[in-house]
Write a protein that binds this ligand. Structure first.
Ligand code: PGA
Length: 234
């Protein structure tokens, strides 16, 4: 009966997600459109700065991101963990250690996302907090580009666990068991406190509150088991 009522609702859900959400946001939208078949979806996928700009310009009503800005004033609900793992190519010497000390990052070639990326912000904040100084080898404009560059041996990088296959070896990378990682972050669903949400947006917030997304079984990341006899005291 509720379904029938919802079926009569019309509108457009204008929503944006940061780049790492593209791996599962379609599942949430599918569930939502099943309950609200009359509502059309407009989804933008972009980095954090671009998503914030869309909120400011009111091109979207809802956004999914890790680090909501102070402006515009936002309200939100936490959705799901987004652990950022350190990845290295399959044949990297660190993959033979049970535990990789943080100081090994000093001078190591690191790949970063482009300025404006939330992943980049979180990585830089973590490096500062740990007092580590890797050598920034390259800046790349997408999670996929980072993944392929790491697999190709260009450097190591922090990447959302959700951007990797269940078995990261299928992407040609391993998750490095470094102390203090993964960087624990979380996604929020946010909207402007100073605007009234459309029916479509209100229904989406209600929907996500009622049915919080379940993280895949592989997250949070567990490092690969170390080969026998390795103490990790590098
Ligand atoms: P981004 O996403 O790196 O594409 O900006 C970061 C996030 O998950 O908030």
């Amino acid at each position: 009966e509720l379904q029938a009522l919802h079926g009569l609702e019309r509108g457009v859900l204008r929503i944006a997600g940061v780049t790492t959400t593209e791996y599962f946001i379609a599942q949430w939208l599918h569930r939502y459109t099943t309950e609200h078949p009359g509502i059309d979806i407009e989804l933008a996928v972009d980095n954090r700065d671009a998503v914030v700009r869309r909120l400011r310009e009111e091109a979207i009503e809802l956004a999914v991101m890790m680090m909501p800005p102070e402006q515009p004033p936002l309200e939100g609900v936490p959705l799901m963990d987004n652990p950022l793992v350190l990845i290295a190519p399959l044949d990297h010497p660190w993959t033979r250690l049970a535990r990789v000390p943080r100081r090994m990052l000093d001078g190591a070639p690191l790949l970063l996302r482009e300025p404006g990326s939330g992943t980049r912000l979180a990585t830089e904040a973590w490096l500062r907090a740990q007092g580590r100084q890797p050598q920034i080898r390259a800046t790349l404009g997408s999670n996929e580009a980072i993944k392929h560059a790491v697999a190709a041996g260009l450097g190591v990088a922090f990447l959302s666990r959700h951007a990797l296959a269940d078995d990261p070896a299928r992407d040609g990378v391993v998750i490095v068991p470094m102390a203090g990682t993964p960087i624990q972050r979380q996604w929020m669903l946010v909207w402007r406190r100073d605007r009234r949400l459309s029916l479509a947006a209100r229904r989406f917030v209600e929907h996500m509150r009622a049915q919080p997304p379940q993280p895949p079984a592989t997250t949070p990341a567990s490092p690969a088991p170390a080969p026998p006899g390795d103490t990790g005291q590098a």
